[in-house]
Design a protein. Structure first.
Length: 622
């Protein structure tokens, strides 16, 4: 049976998805991919919590805002053509930096039919003494996802799923759910409110949105047939429609909305304020445009013009539409993108010499950086460094760092059968090398120095890798040739690491202490064993300590504010109300305390339930 939230496979009578934790509200059919994908407003490094489903293809660390297909958008990065595909598992983006917010938790109290009442309360407070937010909801399950380093922009939901919870670093609450009339309702609750206020509702199930400036501005995008409607809500007021177009998306800085329309004459592009005022047309009925990208500060627009055997990229002023510059004519353009901050850009494609060539594209000036048989690239956060792979016909690759200011020489980092990824915060380059049966993982500074070997082992593959924004620890889930799993945790700045789990049948990480010293995970040592909740010490590499073996499964966990206890959701049976919120000492050796029966944890105000950013390894394309 398949989860309608993330597509992950589950047992026949599942109540909570084993992969993303979502309740089995909508049945168990695998979600169908719609004709039109709906991307994040900025295609950053794909990340997923350990409970996530299969990761979507995405761009490398730095690209620009994009529109849905009509025409298909280029999610540029990693040196390859990556079409913006359906984001089916919701939390694929960079999670917010962990910080202090509300001391309360958001929980769902389900009945046997899967409908849940939503409550806001303090851990241990009686449910009847908490705040009843909504009744009989078909609630989605998840949290906010940050897609900028400054935490200015958060995603709420995507094409199939809607998320809500505490807006990071605040006491504000934003919850998106189905009500008893089968409508999508977006409810807002400010610091001093005593009830959830509906600010948007829709019968369209393809609705999602973005949060700016800790909830002061909220943009909702509602898809209807072949068009989209854009709504804006300020400071918890009811959302007002500001635009209707084939596609619309806010700029990453939250200061503008771009709309796109396509007809038989060509493509038109406009920009306006969040409230729909001061609209300016940037493009009008332009032909042969295949892709549009927008910088995070909305000051620049890239578009690609494609003709038979000829592709060219152009840069516009994002406020006036004036043409700033154009790139080289290429046979085809394979990738392009902006940095996460500012408006520095790059592009790459096949030139007349049948080689891949990489360019920086800054303020309309195109500069060739490198060319070779294959190329892959990504800009760092502010665009000051262009990290790229150059490969030869023997698939031998060299990783370089190029300062985009033009001051200084390119730095050669490593040579081999390489892939790379960018840690967003703290900024580091991660490098993977596969030499026959030997796997090695390295890290380097964003300027190419301080190369460290983090891991090396024979007959091992990386199943997945995660890190937590603002922390130095890298979590490697590994699989050997016998399909057994391992968990290795290593500091990316000093190379000190420890093997936490050795040769288990299955492992899933749930949470990490803020100092990275402890990890909560669930797993089975041998095939056929029951799931057990464990606590592992990241500094010593000693065997994990059992916390709880008295449940069928565990779908989430979070350390309490003081780090002394762990809150988590335990599945205790087959019916949808057979769930509990439990608490246990964060050191093992004690019995759990059941805080709530027939309830599951949705979000905690003081931390991120799934803090792990998924590492998106990039390769070179030819």
């Amino acid at each position: 049976m398949y989860c309608r939230n993330c597509g992950g496979e589950n047992s026949e009578n599942y109540k909570f998805c084993r992969h993303c934790g979502a309740p089995a509200t909508y049945g168990a059919e695998f979600p169908q991919t719609p004709d039109t994908p709906y991307p994040l407003p900025s295609t950053v490094s794909a990340s997923s919590p350990p409970k996530g489903g299969q990761p979507a293809q995405s761009a490398a660390q730095s690209t620009g805002a994009g529109f849905p297909s009509r025409p298909i958008l280029l999610a540029a990065g990693g040196g390859m053509v990556l079409l913006l595909v359906l984001l089916a598992a919701g939390m694929w983006g960079l999670n917010a930096l962990r910080g202090t917010g509300s001391s309360r938790i958001l929980i769902g109290a389900p009945d046997r039919h899967g409908e849940a009442d939503l409550y806001l309360l303090r851990p241990g407070q009686k449910i009847e003494d908490g705040v009843l937010l909504a009744e009989d909801t078909q609630s989605t399950y998840g949290q906010f996802v940050a897609v900028t380093n400054q935490q200015e922009l958060y995603q709420i939901g995507n094409y199939l799923t809607n998320y809500g919870g505490f807006i990071p670093h605040s006491d504000k609450l934003l919850v998106w759910y189905f009500d008893d009339q089968n409508e999508y309702v977006l409810g807002y609750m400010d610091d001093n409110d005593d009830a959830l206020t509906p600010i948007f509702d829709s019968r369209e199930n393809t609705t999602y949105g973005y949060v700016f400036r800790e909830g002061k501005d909220i943009v909702v995008i509602e898809s209807r047939s072949s068009s989209e409607r854009c709504y804006h809500a300020r400071k918890g007021s009811p959302a007002k429609r500001v635009a209707k177009a084939d596609a619309c998306t806010p700029a990453r800085n939250g200061n503008a909305i771009f709309t796109q329309d396509t007809n038989s004459k060509g493509l038109s592009l406009s920009v306006m304020d969040l409230d729909g005022e001061h609209e300016t047309q940037l493009l009008e009925d332009e032909e042969n445009i295949s892709n549009v990208l927008i910088s995070s500060d909305a000051s620049r627009v890239l578009y690609i013009e494609e003709k038979p055997n000829e592709s060219q990229i152009f840069m516009l002023d994002g406020k006036t539409g004036d043409k700033i510059g154009q790139g080289e004519e290429l046979l085809r353009i394979e990738g392009a993108g902006f940095a996460q901050q500012g408006n520095r850009a790059y592009y790459l494609g096949e030139n007349d010499d049948d080689e891949m060539e990489l360019f920086t594209f800054i303020d309309g000036v195109s500069v060739s950086v490198a060319q070779g048989y294959s190329v892959g690239a990504a800009l760092n956060r502010d665009g000051s460094q262009l990290i790229y792979l150059i490969g030869d016909e023997d698939d031998e690759k060299t990783l370089y760092v190029h300062p985009t200011s033009g001051n200084g020489e390119d730095v050669q980092v490593l040579r081999g059968n390489l892939t790379f990824a960018l840690m967003e915060s703290p900024e580091r380059i991660l490098i993977g090398e596969q030499d026959k049966d030997e796997l090695a993982i390295y890290s380097a500074s964003i300027t190419g120095g301080n190369l460290l070997q983090l891991y090396r082992e024979d007959d091992m593959d990386v199943e997945s890798a995660y890190y937590i924004r603002g922390e130095n620890m890298l979590y490697l889930l590994l699989r050997d040739t016998d399909e057994m799993m391992y968990l290795y945790v290593v500091n990316t700045e000093n190379g000190e690491g420890a093997l936490l789990v050795d040769e288990w049948a299955g492992i899933e990480i749930l949470d990490s202490a803020k100092d990275g010293s402890r990890v909560v995970l669930t797993g089975v040592e041998d095939i056929g064993d029951e799931q057990i909740l464990y606590l592992a010490d990241s500094t010593t590499g000693t065997d994990p300590v059992e916390l709880d073996d008295d449940a069928d499964d565990y779908v989430n966990a979070v350390f309490t504010r003081n780090g002394k206890e762990i809150l988590y959701t335990a599945i205790t049976g087959y019916d949808s109300d057979e769930v509990e919120i439990r608490q246990i000492k964060a050191k093992g050796g004690s019995h759990f305390e059941t805080l709530y029966t027939e309830a599951y944890l949705i979000d905690a105000g003081w931390d991120i339930l799934f803090p792990f950013a998924w590492v998106d390894w990039q390769n070179a394309t030819k």
